[in-house]
Design a protein. Structure first.
Length: 173
């Protein structure tokens, strides 16, 4: 299924079908699409904001006190342009200060926001997806945070939206 949006959308539609037939557990992803659709149909604001997922700073504190913002998956990696991706260290600076000063202390975050802006201006599903995750951008775009569409975005966001929408269309009363 990796990278195949048609098969991914079919998977999400089949999963929504199975859930509808036996809704004994909550499917977070399906519920997210249904909530989004409800907000759009109810004319509520749906565009992601810097305080909503995935824009939470999501500070991750490593074993040695390093703090990585936005993407815990970057922990343990380093880059020639950005070093070890940390914003600072809680052993030397309070977490509240590191979060408040994250964009000034962490040069890769500006590049990430440039990618989010590019997604916002080019992707018709941006209001649902929000512009991909930092680690997916970095690893799928050769060490860059300002790329746009990723395989994760294609199969876990766009195909999810399309698959659940297909399910809803096929099961309308």
């Amino acid at each position: 299924m990796e990278g195949d949006p048609v098969r991914a959308a079919a998977f999400w539609a089949a999963l929504a079908d199975a859930w509808r037939a036996n809704p004994v557990i909550r499917l977070r992803e399906v519920q997210r699409v249904l909530n989004f659709a409800s907000a759009v149909l109810g004319s509520h604001v749906t565009a992601p904001t810097p305080t909503s997922a995935p824009w939470d700073p999501l500070p991750t504190v490593t074993h040695d006190g390093g703090v990585i913002m936005l993407s815990p998956e970057l922990s343990g990696f380093s880059d020639t342009r950005f070093g070890d991706f940390t914003t600072g260290n809680v052993c030397r600076t309070g977490l509240d200060v590191l979060v408040a000063e994250a964009e000034d202390r962490t040069p890769w975050i500006a590049e990430f926001w440039n990618g989010v802006d590019a997604c916002r201006s080019t992707c018709p599903t941006f209001s649902f997806c929000g512009g991909a995750h930092a680690s997916n951008r970095y690893f799928e775009h050769g060490g860059r945070f300002d790329g746009t569409r990723t395989r994760y975005c294609t199969t876990a966001k766009i195909a999810l939206l399309e698959g659940v929408a297909r399910h809803v269309r096929e099961h309308r009363p």
